[in-house]
Design a protein around this ligand. Structure first.
Ligand code: MN
Length: 198
């Protein structure tokens, strides 16, 4: 079975005080694990899918048998989105000139980019994700998806940055203060990961 939880490059405590250790542990070993388990269970009947990449399944959901399509979308999406989310985090990371230039090609300033990203995350009703993506024209864009949907299911974009705005990602520490969670999250963004995906 090819699907496993990714190994984290940091400890659960490493992102304190911005993301607390207890949230990290629950998020990774309970929430993410559950998405993975349910995704794997959904594929049980279809051994031919078990060697496929989750990414490829999400890019072409119509090719997935109808009886498990929603499970692959929700659970496979949950599994894949969190893989990206963890890779997007680091206890210490600086924005490289290359990333700064790419952002300034698409946004008036880094401050404006961050403001727009935060506004987008705060405007998301219910549960979902806020993304920075590179569109087919090479421009960077900020988009929201609901639930565990991933932008690659509906458009041909490259994923650069993923923010989990489900309450389970922040509620223990921030309760209803999503704005504070999002503002603090910038302190633990792994800019190197974005550079690799540009
Ligand atoms: Mn989550």
């Amino acid at each position: 079975m090819a699907f496993t939880l990714p190994k984290l490059n940091y400890s659960f405590e490493a992102l304190e005080p911005y993301i607390d250790a207890q949230t990290m542990e629950l998020h990774y070993s309970k929430h993410h694990q559950t998405y993975l388990d349910k995704f794997v269970a959904a594929l049980e009947k279809y051994p031919q899918l078990q060697d496929q990449k989750v990414e490829d399944m999400l890019k072409d959901l119509n090719s997935i048998p109808e009886d498990i399509r929603m499970a692959v979308r929700n659970m496979g999406g949950g599994y894949y989105n969190h893989n990206i989310f963890w890779a997007n985090l680091a206890s210490e990371s600086k924005m490289s000139p290359e990333v700064e230039k790419a952002l300034l090609d698409s946004f008036p300033s880094i401050e404006e980019f961050k403001k727009e990203f935060e506004t987008k995350a705060l405007s998301l009703f219910g549960s979902g994700w806020t993304w920075l993506v590179k569109n087919p024209e090479g421009k960077l864009e900020i988009i929201n998806t609901s639930n565990q949907d991933n932008p690659i299911s509906t458009s041909d974009v490259k994923l650069l940055l993923a923010l989990d705005v489900w309450e389970h990602a922040y509620y223990l520490k921030y309760q209803n203060r999503r704005a504070e969670y999002v503002a603090n999250w910038w302190n633990v963004v792994n800019w190197d990961h974005i550079a690799q995906n540009l």
